[in-house]
Design a protein around this ligand. Structure first.
Ligand code: DAV
Length: 347
């Protein structure tokens, strides 16, 4: 865990260069995140909406298996020579009225040598990074004097995002613009351009906040996405290597992607299948498009859900080598390999 003084603790400028250091989440005593009914209705699968209330833990057997899958994933990454940081075991999210520590991608984004904590829109997630990742953030700062860690400021805890009287400019989203809000998973790095989407958890003030904290010379550009339930871009687009990106054609068009100079000459491939809803365990929080929520190790190799044969075959046709890892129970509680990680260093 202790890089030499010459190795950075944070330095990532894209999603595909060789991964050298990463955070892998832990589930802990994970619970359905409670949020206002309008937020849940806008973002969560209809069949499970009734579970998103306070003190509603995920089933024990699912959490137990999810934890084992996360450990297996971390072991795969370590065996590849990647430095892996993990949060403490057994955090009681039930007692904290929180969600889980398994999805750190939503709450942290590295850009260059800066690591930014997201001002979550969901109040139940407001202390998630502090509780699960506070010590890791301190360690990263201690290891590398060039790392800049931007913690979530107090003013972003204000609980005004769903207030009616502030919501004139809300547009299609349930949140207003009364304070900065974004989830880090609504953004991806493409060199000095950060592509993102507005969503039910990301507002203009949040985009402005992110832009303000980016290193000099970096800028945010917003994608035109067709997704009335938008929350996180990482099941909509997936860069496989420099110059090749796959996307969900139900949510974004090739033209919308190519409109951004940074993707102008890229090979852009629509995912050619309709991903199927698994029967067990249920996808409590997401669509089956998690096939696009994979983790690229280096532009050649990619970690994919062990049973997802059609996706593995397709990625291999596109020139990737797939590393299979079982992850269905992590999927069940809200995400896949991209969600469960934070890239800290990509060479
Ligand atoms: O398609 O349900 C999941 C994104 C997870 N970060 C979806 C989006």
């Amino acid at each position: 865990m202790h890089p030499s003084s010459s190795t950075p603790s944070v330095h990532a400028d894209d999603e595909v260069s060789p991964l050298k250091a990463v955070i892998v989440g832990r589930a802990g005593r994970a619970c359905f995140p409670a949020a206002p009914p309008a937020m849940i209705a806008a973002t969560m699968p209809e069949a499970h909406i009734h579970r998103f209330k306070p003190k509603s833990p995920f089933p024990d057997n699912i959490i137990e298996k999810a934890e084992a899958e996360l450990d297996c994933f971390a072991a795969i990454l370590k065996a590849e020579g990647i430095r892996v940081y993990r949060p403490p075991k057994g955090i009681d999210w039930l007692a904290e009225n929180g969600y889980t520590g398994a999805m750190p991608r939503d709450g942290l984004i590295s850009v260059g040598k800066t690591l930014i904590e997201a001002p979550f829109a969901w109040p139940c997630r407001s202390r998630e990074i502090e509780l699960a990742y506070g010590d890791i953030l301190k360690e990263l700062a201690a290891e590398d004097s060039h790392a800049r860690i931007v913690r979530r400021p107090e003013e972003t805890f204000a609980n005004t995002l769903l207030d009616e009287d502030e919501s004139d400019e809300k547009g299609p989203w349930v949140i207003n613009n009364s304070r900065p809000a974004f989830d880090a998973a609504d953004f991806m790095r493409f060199g000095t351009v950060i592509l993102g989407q507005y969503s039910h958890v990301t507002n203009q003030a949040g985009v402005d906040y992110l832009q303000k904290h980016l290193p000099e010379g970096y800028r945010v550009e917003m994608l035109e996405v067709n997704d009335p339930n938008a929350m996180h871009i990482d099941a909509t687009i997936l860069p496989l290597r420099k110059g090749l990106l796959v996307y969900n054609p139900k949510k974004i068009t090739e033209a919308a992607l190519r409109a951004h100079e940074v993707l102008k000459n890229w090979d852009l491939r629509p995912y050619p299948f309709i991903p199927q809803e698994p029967t067990e365990p249920p996808l409590y929080m997401t669509s089956p498009w998690l096939s696009l929520n994979a983790l690229v190790l280096d532009g050649l190799r990619i970690v994919v859900e062990a049973s997802d044969d059609i996706t593995v075959e397709w990625y291999e046709q596109l020139g990737m080598t797939c590393i299979r890892c079982p992850f269905k129970h992590v999927n069940s509680i809200g995400g896949s390999f991209h969600c469960a990680t934070v890239d800290l260093v990509r060479e």
